[in-house]
Design a protein around this ligand. Structure first.
Ligand SMILES: [Zn+2]
Length: 464
C-alpha cells in the first residue's frame, strides 16, 4: 500500500511540474508582441520609450483585461518596472517607472486615505502635520548642513549698483556659497524712503526651469516691489550665471536639489538678518519647479506666506532631479506635495493651478483637502485658490494677477500699485553680476564641477 501511495504522489508531482512548464512555454510572449496586440485590440497608439529587447511576458494572455487597456498595461508593464503615461484616449507612452509621477486616481486615493486616517479632527491633524514637518525638516536640514560644512564661514553678500525705475529699484547681488562658487540674483525693492523703524515684507521667488531674466519673472518681482515688498529672484543651479560656473548638466543631479535648498535657506537667513525686513511677513512663491521648492522649503516656519504656482499636486512630485532626486514624498509613511503645503497651516497659503497640467484636479481633490485642514484650524480665510481651467503650464498674466492678489492680502500690500504697464523690462546683461559670458568672474571662481570640493563633486553627477 505504501508503495502504491508513493507512486501516486510521484506521478501527480511530476504531472504538476510538467503542466507548469508547458503553461509557461505556451503562454509566454515577447513584450514587443504583447504591446503590438494591445495596440491592435484597443485601437490605441502605444509609443515605446523603453528597452524591450529580450523581455518576455509570462502568462501573457491572462494579463489582459478586455474592458481596460490601462489595467492590461499595468499587469504587463509592472513586471519590468515600466509604466504607461496617457497622452489622450488613443495614445499612451510606455516609459520607465518613475517614483514622482502617478495617475490622478492614485492621487485621489491618497488624498482620501490621508483625510480618513489623519484629518478627522484638529488634534489628529496637528499630530500628523507635526510628523510630516519634522521628517521633512530633518532631511532638508541634514542635506543643507552637509553642503554648508564645506565652507568655513558664510560669506557676506556683495551688492551691485542700484538701478531706479518707476516706484522701485533693482540691485544685483552675489553670495559666495561654497569656495569660489557664487549664488547670483537681483533684489527688487520699493523706491521710497522708509519711515523710522519701518520694516518691509520680503518674497523669495525661486525659478522653475527658466532663467530669471525672462519677462514674466522680471514683471512679478518688479510688481511686488512697487506694491511695497522686497522681492528676490535668484539663479537655479546650472541656469543663468550658475551655468557659467558649473555648466548646465549639473542641474540634473542630486547636488542641484541640495544646493537649491541651501541657496533658499541662505537667502532667507540673509533677509531675516536685515533691519529693514519684517520677520512676520516672509513669503515664498515660485512656479513649476519653483513651486516644488516653495512647498519643500515652505515647511520652514519662518515663512509666513507661501504660494506654489502650477505645481501643487497629490500625484506628481516634480519630474526633475532638482525636485525629486532626494525623494521626500515617502516620508511619514507616505505623503505628497499637497500635504507638504498643508504643513503651512495656520499661515497664509495660496495655490495657483490650471487645467492642462498635474494641477488640473486641485478644485476637486487637493483643494478641498487643504480647505478642510484650514477649517479644522479655524483659519479658512488664510487659504486662497486661483484656478484657470483654460490655461496651461505658465506664469502668464492671470497667474501673476493671482500672486499679486494673494500677497496683497497676506502682507497688506498696495494692490493698486501692481500695474505692469508701469514696469521696465531690463536687458539680460543688466541683470548679470559677472557681465556677458562671465567676463568679470573673479580669478578664483570655480569654472566647472571639477572645481567643487570632493563631496559636492560626487553629488554633481547628472541623473539624466
Ligand atoms: Zn530642475
Amino acid at each position: 500500500m505504501k508503495r502504491i501511495l508513493f507512486l501516486i504522489l510521484l506521478v501527480s508531482g511530476s504531472f504538476t511540474a510538467q503542466a507548469q512548464y508547458n503553461y509557461e512555454a505556451t503562454h509566454r510572449k515577447s513584450l514587443d508582441q504583447v504591446i503590438r496586440e494591445l495596440s491592435d485590440r484597443f485601437e490605441t497608439r502605444l509609443k515605446v520609450e523603453v528597452d524591450t529587447v529580450g523581455k518576455w511576458v509570462p502568462q501573457a494572455d491572462s494579463r489582459i483585461r478586455p474592458y481596460s487597456i490601462e489595467e492590461s498595461l499595468n499587469n504587463v508593464l509592472s513586471l519590468f518596472n515600466y509604466k504607461f503615461v496617457k497622452q489622450n484616449d488613443h495614445y499612451y507612452k510606455i516609459k520607465p517607472y518613475e517614483p514622482h509621477r502617478r495617475l490622478p486616481e492614485e492621487g485621489r486615493k491618497l488624498i482620501d486615505y490621508l483625510t480618513k486616517t489623519h484629518y478627522q479632527s484638529r488634534e489628529a491633524a496637528e499630530a500628523r502635520l507635526r510628523e510630516v514637518q519634522h521628517e521633512a525638516a530633518q532631511i532638508i536640514n541634514r542635506e543643507i548642513a552637509e553642503l554648508r560644512a564645506l565652507t568655513v564661514q558664510d560669506a557676506e553678500p556683495m551688492l551691485g549698483k542700484k538701478r531706479k525705475f518707476n516706484g522701485y529699484t533693482v540691485q544685483n547681488f552675489r553670495i559666495e556659497t561654497l569656495p569660489g562658487l557664487y549664488l547670483c540674483g537681483s533684489i527688487y525693492a520699493p523706491a521710497r524712503k522708509l519711515k523710522e523703524g519701518e520694516r518691509l515684507p520680503v518674497i523669495l521667488s525661486p525659478d522653475g526651469h527658466t532663467p530669471r531674466y525672462i519677462h514674466d519673472t522680471q514683471l512679478r518681482l518688479a510688481a511686488w516691489a512697487r506694491m511695497g515688498a522686497v522681492a528676490v529672484g535668484y539663479d537655479l543651479v546650472g541656469y543663468g550665471e550658475s551655468a557659467l560656473q558649473l555648466g548646465e548638466k549639473v542641474h540634473h543631479s542630486v547636488l542641484a536639489q541640495q544646493m537649491q535648498w541651501m541657496n533658499t535657506r541662505i537667502l532667507l537667513e540673509w533677509m531675516l538678518s536685515r533691519e529693514d525686513i519684517d520677520p512676520n511677513r516672509v513669503g515664498l512663491c515660485g512656479a513649476s519647479g519653483g513651486g516644488t521648492q516653495t512647498m519643500q522649503m515652505g515647511i520652514d516656519r519662518r515663512f509666513t506666506a507661501i504660494c506654489p504656482v502650477i505645481s501643487l499636486s497629490s500625484y506628481f512630485d516634480g519630474g526633475c532631479p532638482c525636485e525629486s532626486a532626494i525623494y521626500l514624498p515617502s516620508l511619514a509613511g507616505g505623503s505628497c506635495n499637497a500635504e507638504f503645503a498643508a504643513v503651512h497651516v495656520p499661515r497664509y497659503l495660496g495655490v495657483v493651478s490650471d487645467g492642462k497640467d498635474w494641477t488640473a484636479h486641485v478644485p476637486e481633490m487637493e483643494g478641498p483637502f487643504l480647505a478642510r485642514i484650514y477649517s479644522l484650524f479655524g483659519v479658512p480665510n488664510r487659504i486662497a485658490f486661483y484656478h484657470y481651467p483654460n490655461e496651461g503650464h505658465d506664469f502668464g498674466y492671470n497667474k501673476r494677477q493671482a500672486v499679486y492678489d494673494f500677497f496683497a492680502r497676506a502682507f497688506s500690500l498696495d494692490r493698486e500699485r501692481a500695474d505692469e504697464t508701469k514696469l521696465t523690462l531690463e536687458p539680460m546683461e543688466d541683470l548679470l553680476l559677472f557681465g556677458k559670458g562671465g567676463v568679470n568672474l573673479p580669478a578664483e571662481a570655480v569654472r566647472s564641477v571639477d572645481g567643487l570640493p570632493r563631496y559636492a563633486r560626487e553629488r554633481a553627477v547628472s541623473l539624466r
